[in-house]
Design a protein around this ligand. Structure first.
Ligand code: SF4
Length: 317
């Protein structure tokens, strides 16, 4: 009689930096790895120390968001077999990500070249005919753990489902706020700025403490937002900035004010924020640019004055 021999796969631990696209794709990434039986470890929430660690590894011109990303990578060094750094270049014509996302994998490996740490990536690049699913299947193969195509496809399908579920929940929460009564302010920024506990989260929390209902320009139907962005700029080529421009168009009549929140120095935001400042005239606007020196006291003073001005205009102060 033949004996069944069980061969145990030694699966690696993958470290995921809690920064940049983690705030867009957390459910997608974590579900994919877990469906393949791979453990993940996520770096701790951003702190002052983590920001300073990241800034110390970066050249001055690097944007604050990437500096923070390096801080998260540093926090994972030695705590996992691979650190996950995807390369997301473009989803198609005029659907590009900021150039920093194309370079992120190579730059991160270079910055941490002396650490001995191994990195793992997927490469999403419509210019090379690699869509998201293909990128994930390719990455599964590079893990060289003997996953079959069927296993990889099943893991990706589960990840996509989790991603859609997480997205629907965000849309539902935003719908609830839209239906609520009260002073509403639209926050416009990349999710990795607005959701970061050190950067954008204090802004949201402070607004809430002033009885303001914060809405998000990035949490709208993305296809509809891309179409609406054409009303403001037919030539903007950055996917996320187009979503934000469209989100403002879709929600500006529902809110009492708009706050642009960006990281210094950011090329895409500098161009689109300038556009917004010139074209969005019918609603009060505040522009917050965060850098390594930004302190909460100064930000809170600006937010307080902005909210007071809106309340004065509405005659409720
Ligand atoms: S879009 Fe701006 S903040 Fe985001 S990675 Fe690019 S330069 Fe940095």
């Amino acid at each position: 009689m033949k004996k069944t021999v069980l061969i145990e796969r030694k699966t690696p631990v993958v470290g995921i930096p809690r920064a940049l696209l983690y705030y867009r794709y957390a459910a997608l990434w974590e579900t994919y790895f877990h469906a393949l039986g791979i453990k993940t470890v996520v770096s701790p929430p951003t702190s002052r120390q983590l920001l300073e660690d990241g800034a110390a590894m970066a050249v001055d011109e690097t944007c604050l968001s990437v500096k923070i990303f390096y801080g998260h990578v540093k926090a994972l060094i030695g705590k996992c077999d691979f650190i996950f750094v995807p390369r997301v270049a473009t989803f198609g014509l005029r659907r590009e990500m900021c150039i920093r996302f194309s370079a992120l994998y190579d730059q991160t490996r270079n910055v941490f070249r002396e650490s001995g740490q191994r990195f793992l990536s997927y490469n999403l690049d419509a210019n090379e005919n690699i869509d998201q699913e293909k990128a994930f299947l390719n990455m599964g193969e590079t893990l060289a753990l003997g996953y079959s195509q069927a296993e990889l496809k099943k893991a990706y399908a589960a990840a996509e489902k989790a991603d859609q579920r997480a997205w629907r929940e965000k849309l539902r929460a935003q719908e609830q706020i839209l239906k609520s009564k009260g002073l509403k302010i639209l926050l416009v920024g990349h999710p990795y700025i607005l959701d970061d506990p050190y950067l954008g989260k204090p802004v949201t929390d402070f607004l809430r403490s002033m009885d303001v209902l914060p809405l998000r320009a990035d949490i709208v139907n993305r296809d509809a937002a891309i179409k609406r962005s054409l009303d403001v700029s037919p030539s903007c080529k950055w996917e996320v900035n187009r979503e934000l421009l469209g989100g403002i168009e879709m929600l500006k009549k529902e809110v009492d004010g708009v706050i642009l929140v960006s990281a210094f120095p950011c090329g895409p935001d500098a161009m689109t924020n300038d556009l917004v400042t010139r074209k969005v005239k019918d609603v009060p606007l505040l522009n917050l640019v965060m850098d390594t020196q930004t302190g909460s006291a100064g930000t809170e003073t600006r937010l307080e004055s902005f909210v007071d001005i809106i309340r004065l205009k509405k005659g409720v102060l």
